[in-house]
Design a protein around this ligand. Sequence first.
Ligand code: DQA
Length: 145
Amino acid sequence: RTVLVLNGPNLNLLGTREPATYGHETLADIAALCSRTGAELGFETDFRQTNHEGELIDWIHQARGRSNGILINPAAWTHTSVAIRDALVASELPVIEVHLSNVHKREEFRHHSFVSAIAVGVICGLGSHGYRLALQHFNQLFSQE
Ligand code: DQA
C-alpha cells in the first residue's frame, strides 16, 4: 500500500519561513518522519511538494487507482482552490487534510477550507505530529478493508 503525501506552496521554505508559526523543522525532516512512520506501519509513503497548482492536480489525478490514500497539506490553496478539491473527489481516495499551524486561531481567511468537507478528517495545530497521526489513521483504515 502507498499513501501519497502532498504539500502545497511555500512549504519548501519550512525551517526558515515564519518559524514562530511553523517551527524549525524543515520539509526534509517531515519527509523523513513520514517515511519512518510508513515503514513502522508497513506501507510506502510518496512524499512531494510543489509551488505549482496544476502540478499538484496532475499528481492527484495520477494517484487514482495507484495510491491507497492522500495526506494533503494544501497550504494557501486550502483557502482558494476549488480545482484541488474537485481533483481530490475525482481521485476516489480517502483524504486526510493536515496543517502544521492551528488555522482557526489565525486570520479569518484561513478559517475556511475548500478541502475539509470532502476529507475523512482534518488535523491542525499539532505541527509535524499531525502528519504522523494522519498516517496512523490511514493504517487503521487499511486494517479495516
Ligand atoms: C498551512 C496553513 C495555511 O493557512 C498556510 O497558507 C500555509 C500552511 C499550515 O500547514 O499551517 O502555507 O497549511
